[in-house]
Design a protein. Structure first.
Length: 108
C-alpha cells in the first residue's frame, strides 16, 4: 500500500494519537470496518474511566463545601478551583462525545 505524504501524515497522526504503530493502526482499521478498533475502544474506555475518577473527586469536594456552608461557615477559598475542575471535566466530556459522534463511535 502506498500513500502520498499527506495521506501518510494523517494515518501516522491517528496512530500516534492512539499510541500504536502505523502498521498496527492500518491492520486494525482494515479489519474493523465500521466498528471501532480495539485500540480506539481502549482509548475511549481509558478516557471515560479518568473522567469518572475526576467526577468522584469533584463530588467529594462539592459535598465538603456544602457541609461547610450548611454548618454556617463561609464559602471556602477552594470553590473557584473546584468549579474550574468541573468546567474542565465537562469540556473533556464534550470533546469525547463530539469525537464519538464524528467518528461513528471511534472516539477522538
Amino acid at each position: 500500500m502506498k500513500l502520498d505524504e499527506a495521506g501518510f501524515a494523517v494515518v501516522a497522526g491517528r496512530a500516534a494519537a492512539l499510541g500504536v504503530s502505523v502498521p498496527r493502526f492500518l491492520a486494525e482499521a482494515a479489519l474493523a470496518g465500521e466498528v471501532p478498533t480495539v485500540t480506539e475502544r481502549h482509548a475511549v474506555y481509558g478516557e471515560l474511566v479518568a473522567v469518572r475518577r475526576l467526577l468522584a473527586v469533584l463530588g467529594n469536594d462539592v459535598n465538603r463545601i456544602a457541609r461547610d456552608l450548611n454548618a454556617g461557615g463561609q464559602c471556602p477559598g477552594g470553590l473557584d478551583a473546584v468549579l474550574a475542575k468541573v468546567r474542565a471535566t465537562a469540556e473533556r466530556v464534550d470533546v469525547l462525545a463530539e469525537g464519538l459522534a464524528r467518528s461513528g463511535g471511534r472516539g477522538r
